[in-house]
Design a protein around this ligand. Structure first.
Ligand code: SAM
Length: 305
């Protein structure tokens, strides 16, 4: 894995034309970007502080689409802080060589501790993205969306000094692979959290999408009615709401059986779901081509062979 040079980071430029253009400075005096307009603070339900060596990485993703709108509407405030503000010495150093030798640099604990000292409140939840953490899920996203203040630490280099872990309330992994730093995992989590805030998007959308009820979402269609020979299932254009609801639930179950059966094992189906599941099983079994006769009744080798 590559280590990062301990280079000087330029201050984040203000986003003059983005929805988060009214971003102010954080309490720490460090650069803040992607923040909601301070004038709408009364409606803010969630505050997020992000500690990073690369504040510019957050500008686009937090200013566009749902995350941008959520902040403009005053449903959340996101402040991005340059961790180097709390760096050590003349060079604002945040990393050092690993004790015991080995490749790459490790993030020192003091700058993170100083940043948390400035930002942490009694109701804060401090999150450390880490490949060894619990795997991020929709359930955890719902949980975090109900909290009042989240602080994300974005490590770089080979990772963090072990003592930084003790400063975090949660260590979270976004999957079994290694990224260059904590910024993209943090953006992933922040995006998933912001869209769950009440008023962020149509409540029906989040209620029906994948993982909310432990199932994958059903197939969706839009115009045209026939594309490349493939048609839209007739039930969806029937106008029969109950039939559509039942079809969607059944196809949701089918997709989960086919692609993520372990999700089904982790939840108790309702009576209706059990019935639909047996239909799905029967249909799936019928769809499997029968074994060729030679395989169904193979010749048996004699003991002497
Ligand atoms: N040496 C570390 C290891 O083997 O676990 C990986 C360090 S990685 C280059 C730098 C940082 O990126 C990590 O400390 C973590 O904050 C973040 N990161 C990388 N992959 C991640 C993942 N799958 N989930 C969450 N954070 C991740």
């Amino acid at each position: 894995m590559n280590s990062e040079p301990d280079s000087k980071i330029e201050p984040t430029p203000a986003e003059s034309e983005s929805p988060s253009a009214e971003a102010g400075s954080s309490a720490s005096g460090s650069t803040a970007s992607g923040s909601a307009a301070s004038g709408s603070a009364a409606r803010v339900t969630l505050e997020i502080d992000i500690l990073t060596l690369f504040p510019a990485m957050f500008q686009g993703p937090l200013a566009e689409s749902i995350p941008g709108r959520v902040q403009v509407r005053g449903l959340a405030t996101v402040r991005v802080h340059d961790l180097r503000h709390w760096g050590l010495g003349r060079h604002k150093s945040v990393d050092d060589y690993t004790y015991g030798g080995g490749a790459g640099m490790v993030m020192r604990p003091e700058p993170v501790a100083a940043a948390l000292e400035a930002l942490r409140r009694p109701n804060s939840t401090v999150i450390l993205p880490d490949p060894a953490g619990e795997v991020f899920t929709q359930r955890r996203a719902h949980d975090l969306a109900q909290r009042t203040h989240l602080i994300f630490i974005c490590p770089r280099y080979e990772g963090v000094d072990e003592r930084i872990r003790t400063m975090a309330d949660l260590e979270i992994s976004i999957g079994d692979y290694v990224l260059s730093g904590g910024e993209i995992p943090t953006l992933t989590m922040v995006d998933a959290i912001l869209r769950l805030l009440p008023g962020a998007i149509d409540a029906e959308s989040t209620a029906e999408e994948s993982f909310t009820d432990g199932l994958l979402e059903y197939p969706q269609y839009t115009r045209p009615p026939v594309f490349d020979g493939a048609t839209v299932p007739a039930v969806l254009t029937s106008g029969h709401h109950e039939a559509v609801r039942r079809w969607r639930l059944k196809e949701s179950l089918r997709r989960t059986v086919q692609r993520r059966p372990e999700l089904l094992a982790a939840r108790k189906p309702s009576r209706e779901e059990s019935k639909l599941l047996s239909e799905v099983w029967a249909e799936e079994a019928a769809a499997v081509a029968p074994l060729p006769a030679a395989l169904a009744d193979p010749p048996v080798a004699s003991d002497s062979e």
